[in-house]
Ligand binder design. Structure first.
Ligand code: FAD
Length: 434
């Protein structure tokens, strides 16, 4: 094996695969290093795949990628201990020729993407961990060292696609340790059921799928959400909360998941299923303000390692693929011009990102993590309870006239939050949402 490449990519998740594929397709010599037995073996996701980001890299992906169901219905639930108040959107338009979102199984998807990377000409080395970055006397990154015996491997640029807990960048002093208040810990199970049962339970035909995103008392006052996604013959169900909240909170991730599955709105959907997989993983949820330095002499950070997750919309893999692609396109452009890959020239990656949905969305929601942290018991406890009580009062037909019911609902809100509190909450949400 040669020990010098045009670029080295650390990690074979969506960001690393997008970067390695784009580089190799453009004819650069690429080494991609993945610590797992194969791409995807270490990775966890819900998982919704957003077509747009992948289409920009592999337009024909629908013909070959392992996709489960295309999403035709989104359910957003605010839950208290026994009920949920929901908003559903279902549309036949989502049965389009090129669907917009799919459920996937990451182990299969990452394996397929990795095969495409190899097909494009990159050298992919699995079961190999990058242990450190190699720097020259000026501090410039010039390559990597791995846990395999042998000499360092050199390249003018190293793309760090090592995921949320990227130790290589941290150990090399390029990035600070991720703060516990900027990262969520999510746990997830795969529940297997016959496909006809899934289709009957969720009112689906063929490969149609449903997504449920849930928040409320299910996280016991901690900032977090639960989810349930339909796959072909399984259901992914999970829940996650901010790590610093778990440290102070009253429940462990496993306890939250058990309670979520036992909730009267969730349990019937999972009834009779066989659990075959359990996984836990971190999600960077600090948003725009938590984005670390992204480039320096000889290095670029992409994907979760750069905190590129839009927690409000539960998007991560699309930001990962987009940042990976744009980092690679920047490197290709510099390579073609014969320019050095230094902190100055690589800034072009950040300039390009500014023009995309990635930075625009993260900037838009930059106030949300702080807002939720400061008001978690209100948003994840008080309001979900109030909504549920209001719905129950409204829909229960019990001889009480509707005017009296209206008054009772308004009073319950005022008693819990006061008029000033309600207006203040509305203003804070509107300001953070701008
Ligand atoms: P990763 O996917 O984490 O890949 C990093 C890779 O680097 C891994 O393969 C790892 O083994 C490798 N690696 C790390 N260190 C080294 C090293 N030193 N040497 C060699 N290899 C190394 N996003 C969505 O878009 N939709 C969803 O529905 C969704 N649901 C989610 C549900 C859960 C429970 C979780 C945890 C995340 C979810 N996400 C979702 C987020 C999404 O999974 C991530 O944003 C995405 O995986 C980030 O991709 P990445 O390539 O940056 O990192």
């Amino acid at each position: 094996m040669e020990d010098t490449f045009d670029a080295i990519v650390v990690g074979a998740g969506p960001s690393g695969n997008a970067a390695a594929y784009t580089l190799a397709k453009e004819g650069l010599s690429v080494l991609q290093i993945e610590r797992g037995e194969y791409a995807g073996s270490k990775n966890v996701q819900g998982a919704i795949l957003y077509s747009d980001a992948l289409e920009k890299i592999i337009p024909e992906f629908r013909e070959e990628a392992p996709l489960e169901r295309h999403v035709i219905e989104q359910r957003m639930w605010s839950m208290d201990d026994t009920s949920h108040t929901g908003m559903h959107y279902r549309s036949g338009d989502f049965n389009e020729e090129k669907p917009n979102r799919y459920t996937i199984l990451r182990a299969q998807f990452d394996k397929w993407f990795s095969a495409k990377v190899k097909e494009a000409g990159a050298l992919v080395l699995c079961e190999t961990t990058v242990t450190e970055l190699v720097k020259d006397l000026t501090g410039r990154v010039i390559g990597v060292r791995t846990d395999r015996q042998g000499n360092p491997i050199f390249a003018p640029v190293v793309i760090l696609a090592e995921g949320v807990n990227g130790l290589v960048g941290q150990r090399s002093g390029l990035r600070p340790e991720i703060a516990p208040e900027s990262v969520a810990l999510a746990v997830k199970e795969m529940h297997f059921l016959p496909r006809e049962t899934i289709e009957a339970r969720f009112n689906l035909k063929g490969n149609e799928g449903v997504v449920i995103e849930a928040m409320g008392t299910i996280t016991r006052g901690m900032t977090g959400t639960g989810f349930l996604y339909t796959n072909e013959e399984s259901i992914s169900v999970g829940i996650g909360c901010i790590v610093s909240d778990f440290a102070e909170g009253e429940a462990t991730p496993a306890e939250l998941l058990e309670a979520f599955k036992a909730h009267p709105s969730i349990a019937p959907l999972l009834e009779g299923s066989e659990v075959k997989e359990y996984a836990a993983h971190l999600i960077p949820e600090g948003g725009y303000k938590a984005i670390p330095q992204l480039t320096g002499d000889g290095w670029i950070v992409v994907g979760d390692a750069g905190q590129f997750v839009n927690a409000v919309h539960r998007e991560g893999s699309n930001l990962a693929m987009t940042t990976g692609r744009i980092a690679a396109e920047t490197v290709v452009a510099l390579h073609r011009k014969g320019e050095a890959m230094d902190g100055y020239t690589l800034k072009e990656y950040e300039r390009r990102l500014e023009a995309t949905f990635v930075m625009k969305d993260l900037k838009k929601y930059k106030g949300i993590p702080g807002l939720l942290d400061a008001n978690k018991t209100t948003f994840f406890g008080t309001y979900p309870r109030l909504f549920s009580q209001a719905m129950q009062t409204w829909f229960r037909v019990d001889g009480v006239d509707k005017k009296t019911k209206e008054k009772a609902i308004l009073k319950s809100f005022r008693d819990s939050r006061s008029l000033r509190g309600l207006l203040g909450d509305a203003w804070r949400v509107a300001r953070a949402w701008r």
